[in-house]
Structures are given as structure tokens and as C-alpha cells.
Design a protein around this ligand. Sequence first.
Ligand code: PMV
Length: 306
Amino acid sequence: MKKISVSAPGKLMLFGEHAVVYNRPCLVTAVSARIKVSIERTSGDFKIEAPQVKDVRFVEETVGFFQKKFKIGNGLAIKTESDFSCEYGFGSSSAVTVGILEGLRELFNLSLSKKDLFDLGYKVTLAIQGLGSGFDIAAAAFGGVLYFLTAGKVIEKLSVKSLPLVVGYSGVKADTSTLVKRVGLGFKAQRSRIEKIFNEIAQIVEEAKKELIEKNWLRVGYLMSKNQALLQKLGVSTKKLDKMCQAAEKAGAFGAKLSGAGGGDCMIALISNEKKRAVERAIERAGGKVIKVQTCAEGVRDESNG
Ligand code: PMV
């Protein structure tokens, strides 16, 4: 029987986390760490083999949505394989969701655009998490570096071909839902203060968008550190993340910030090639683990011949 293999990339938030949940834009890059999904039709029942997927509901819900929408049966076997640990916060759930959607699309020969994949994938995210901007689903579907507005109201691929980052894992798994809810409570309690922070973050995103395209790394780095200071004000950074960012800056990075919800996961530092090793060592000395990934990776793609 016909077997389809596809892969979808993980992501790193570059600018604008949290504010993007409140109708502000963000910038995200797809990364070279990918999740591979293979799907085949079988005569038996629905079978899943997804050992590294932390929350198998993403697989079940995605297939369920697809079955309802396109009236397909239960005879499917799905297998996933990941290049990266779900601990890093690279978006394994969103990559799996988009991978399955693209795999099913190919298997049933449907014509669905990347935006259609995004819309379906975002529905799955909302059904399971109840909240989230959808930026991770967009990164997995479209790839590259994206300027993204809440719920995919704008998804714009930027002409950025390279982005010299060092990624440091803090050793702590972040709980995105808890952090988003915590910011939500702050928003209710101190609305005008938080709105002001979100507006400042949105301005940084707009400027960073231009500077990234121009490869003005010095300015992009400065904006990263400025974004980090605002994330500290939101209360989502940790001592460990702060320490890693400071160490990276001291070792010569153009700038550094946490990436994602905060509370743990990864930080990113923008570097010149000459400073790369020094920054990596500084992050390690601050207790972080350097994760080797490339940025600006391709979105979901067919792997049937590879
Ligand atoms: O924890 P991550 O890497 O999935 O990032 C969450 C980013 C938030 O802006 C806090 C939430 C969202 O859905 O945009």
C-alpha cells in the first residue's frame, strides 16, 4: 500500500513572545531539527507509534479533525521519529501536527495550501491547549523566518537566508500553558502596565523585521536584549536564563534573550562567526547546554524518496 513520509521543522521564537497572544506580531524561525512522520493506509484499525511525542493527543486530534473534515476511514498507521528532544521547546507538538496534516493530504491526494494546513493545525492547538497564537504551527508549515500576527492574521515570509544564532538550553523544561496563564493574570490585574509592555515589544518586532532583512546584526542584537528586558518585566525569565544571556553578551554576542514562553527551555544569542566559540563556551560555563541547529529551515516537505 501507498506509504507517505514527510518531515516538519521545529522552531525558535526570535521576538515577540507573549505579546503575540494579545494581537501583536512576532518573528519566528524554523530550525533544522525536524520530526519525520510516515503514514500508510491499512485494512486494520488506527495505529500510532510516536515514542518521542510528549502528548499523543496531538496525533489523535489531528487525525480526528482530518477524518471529520474529509470523511476518511480509520485504517491508518502513523509513525513519528524526531531529531530532537521535546524538552528543548522546539515545538515538537506543532511539527507533528503539521507533519500529519501534510502526510494525510498527500496520502488522499487533496489540494490544500500551506495556509489551509495552518488553519487546520491551529484548530488542533486550540482544541488541546485552549490558547496560543499559532506561531509554531506557521513555522512548521511555511518554514524560513516569518513575521506572524496572532492566529495567522498575517503570515509573511521574510527574505532572510541566514541568521547567526547560538542556542542554549537551560536544562529546565518550560510549561508554556502555565506561563501564558500567569501573564494573563498579570494582564487582568495591571492591564495598562502590561499593555504598555506589549506595545513596546510590538515596536521592537517591527524594527527587528527591517533590521533582519538588512542583516544589521548589531542592531538586531541590541533589540534582542531590549526584548529580554521587557520579558523580565513580564516576569517570565528565570535566573538561569538571565545568567546565560548575560554570559553570552559578555563573551561578545550582539544580544541575547530567552526564546518562547520563558520559565526554562532555551535562550538565543546573536553572534558574529568570530565570537561563536567564545559565546558557546560562556553559555556552557553559565550552566547551559549548547544545541546545534540551523535557522531559516525549510517548512514541511515530502521525504518519500529520502
Ligand atoms: O513555549 P513556546 O516556545 O511554545 O513559546 C510560547 C510563545 C508564547 O507567545 C508565550 C505563546 C504563543 O502561543 O505564542
